[in-house]
Design a protein around this ligand. Structure first.
Ligand SMILES: *Cc1c(COP(=O)(O)O)cnc(C)c1O
Length: 624
């Protein structure tokens, strides 16, 4: 990034250019890389690693079971963590875990689904939103083992139910039946496309607004609802105020907020709900008050986090958290409502909105739309949408570009995005309109969750996800858009008009001109085919001048050997017959050398005049 560029363009809608430059300096290790994968993992700032390093080099920390000083530091960090969520130890407790996934498991393993000892009584239900992360879907197996009833709720049913005030269900209607405990799990923000699910509806859920959806279910029971909020994606760029939204359990991973440390997450438990987790079986070092080795006798500790943190906590990682909070506060100005996380959520929202608006308007020369967006909001409301844009690119004839092809091009341009289904099969199915049967068929023909089949019968099996964090700027949006236009859409790009805005107590003031470009805020049109606007993405120009063409290697059949020539005709797609054919299995799935290494022994030769492709192979495959 040149200083010139910083002065010329607005970098953020909420953070001033000088402050933004101070932030991006922390990530100078990226060089020309453009990181748009923060929903996968945030990046750690330089100051954080320095602070952690200094702390470890200058202090002696011991096993917290041994050392009171280390223990006190950890207790302090527990309260810092609760402060971050605007609550304290009178209302919530923090249990440190290895991450979101372990936190989720801990709750379901410990959750008491039934209120009675009666073996014939029906257990409560494990209820989840279809749009959950795979780590939530896996909980079904634990819940099923505990005889809980497994129920899924669709995106639309959930939104309708929590919004519909008339649908309120009084639990007193079923007074004569036994009370069962039901656990509902949903994400605060979709990791698929950044849609934010309502988190002001906990009261409605406890009052039974979801009962109506599952009413048709054979076991009509008087449910006592408990809510687990999967906040793993949400917390990276948002403020969770636990004095307002009061889920019973919140799960999170710290690397998604701070980038470091990995292997550390938390389970926040509302103290009043802690007793429902008394079905915890396992105990380890530190979680019992008394245990006998020769008799099956133990009593678990009473303090909530002491009861749940089996073994020695990841104490050096926990100690790093103090620096995580400090550094984030020192780096980022509290431009929006004097709040750190609100500033980040507005900053990322406007970056993503800028990309969304550009993709939405992106057209090929023939006027057809170049992007298909998979969103559940139109970026009109920061409380409903986070800094994520999910899309695919289509050619001017309407055919899809596979996400693998996109990923390869993005790699060449140093742009990091996520492609595929992002461990969220529910959202994928809904957006790609695939039935369960479709998915099973796809699986039979070779498509797997992290597999490399990006198109089936021309239809996408996944998408491209760009996610933003506090260290991204409008320059990152420009890099991605330039790459898309250059590789896939043959039209010039116009950089949108952007300006910094001052946010204060809901009053928004445009800061005119200051950060605008000299051209009245309008950039000259960025043509991808004109010399000046190109960034350093091109290949070595000097080499071009001195290079001599010695040989051309064609690959007529994907994954087979090369056919080498000195000169060759050019067709309308490049070298004639280059990558023209592929070998498929009986399901039409392309075979590659990755799984079939001996394909490289097949050597094709093309006789253009005779219209002939000849395949040679030394030492043919032995049938095994
Ligand atoms: C990342 C993520 C998870 C899984 O988190 P781990 O750190 O891999 O345990 C679960 N849910 C959501 C919404 C996520 O974004």
């Amino acid at each position: 990034m040149t200083a010139h560029e910083f002065n010329m363009t607005t970098l953020s809608r909420v953070i001033g250019n000088d402050e933004m430059k101070w932030i991006t300096d922390q990530f100078s290790r990226l060089k020309d890389k453009c990181y748009l994968e923060s929903a996968g993992a945030a990046l750690y700032p330089k100051n954080l690693i320095n602070a952690v390093n200094d702390d470890l080099l200058n202090n002696t920390f011991m096993n917290p079971h041994t050392d009171k000083y280390t223990r006190d530091c950890i207790e302090h960090i527990r309260s810092l963590t609760l402060n971050h969520f605007n609550t304290d130890s009178s209302s919530y407790d923090v249990i440190f875990t290895s991450g979101t996934t372990q936190s989720l498991k801990l709750v379901v393993e410990s959750f008491r689904f039934s209120e009675t000892q009666d073996k014939n009584a029906k257990e409560g239900s494990f209820v989840y939103l279809n749009e959950n992360h795979t780590s939530v879907l896996g909980l079904r197996e634990i819940a099923a083992d505990k005889n809980a009833d497994i129920i899924h709720i669709s995106h639309n049913d959930f939104l309708d139910a929590v919004r519909d005030q008339t649908n309120m269900f009084s639990s007193s209607n079923l007074q004569d039946q036994s009370i069962n405990n039901s656990l509902f799990v949903y994400p605060a923000e979709s990791n698929f496309n950044g849609f934010k699910y309502p988190i002001d509806c906990m009261g409605n859920i406890r009052n039974g607004c979801l009962n109506s959806i599952i009413d048709g279910h054979p076991w009509k029971v008087n449910r006592k609802w408990f809510i687990m909020l999967d906040a793993a994606t949400f917390l990276g760029t948002n403020k969770l105020d636990l004095s307002k939204s009061r889920p019973d359990f919140v799960v999170l991973s710290f690397y998604k907020i701070f980038g470091y440390p990995t292997g550390l997450g938390a389970l926040l438990i509302k103290k009043r709900s802690a007793s429902i987790l008394d079905d915890k079986r396992y105990y380890g070092g530190g979680t019992v008050d008394v245990v006998l080795s020769s008799e099956r006798f133990h009593v678990k500790r009473t303090d909530i986090h002491e009861r749940f943190e089996d073994g020695t906590t990841s104490f050096l990682s926990i100690l790093a958290l103090k620096h995580c909070f400090d550094v984030l506060h020192s780096l980022i100005p509290k431009s929006v409502n004097n709040d750190l996380m609100e500033t980040i959520s507005h900053h990322t929202f406007y970056l993503a909105k800028d990309l969304y608006d550009q993709l939405k308007g992106l057209k090929h020369k023939n006027g057809t739309k170049a992007a298909v967006l998979y969103m559940d909001s139109d970026f009109s409301d920061v409380t409903k949408q986070g800094g994520i844009v999910t899309f695919n690119i289509v050619r001017d004839d309407g055919t899809y570009i596979g996400y693998n092809e996109f990923q390869h091009m993005a790699d060449l341009f140093g742009i990091c995005v996520r492609t595929g289904c992002f461990c969220n099969s529910g959202s994928c199915q809904r957006h790609f309109k695939k039935t369960n049967k479709d998915i099973k068929l796809l699986y039979q023909s070779g498509h797997t969750c992290s597999g490399n089949i990006d198109l089936m019968d021309g239809e996408p099996t996944g998408a491209i996800r760009a996610s933003f964090a506090y260290y991204n700027t409008f320059n990152d949006v420009d890099k991605l858009m330039k790459m898309i236009c250059r590789c896939f859409v043959n039209t010039p790009l116009v950089r949108p008009n952007r300006s910094l805005v001052s946010w204060n107590k809901g009053v928004v003031t445009e800061m005119k001109a200051e950060y605008h470009n000299n051209n009245n805020g309008l950039e000259p049109e960025l043509s991808h085919y004109s010399e000046e606007s190109e960034e350093k993405i091109e290949f070595d120009v000097q080499a071009e001048e001195t290079a001599v063409l010695k040989e051309i290697a064609l690959f007529p059949i994907k994954s087979c050997g090369a056919f080498k020539v000195k000169s060759w005709p050019i067709g309308d797609k490049g070298f004639a017959y280059d990558r023209e054919w592929m070998i498929t299995n009986h399901n039409g799935v392309c075979l590659t050398q990755k799984n079939n290494t001996r394909m490289c022994l097949i050597k094709p030769t093309i006789h253009v005049n005779r219209n002939l492709l000849v395949l040679h192979c030394k030492g043919w495959f032995v049938n095994e």
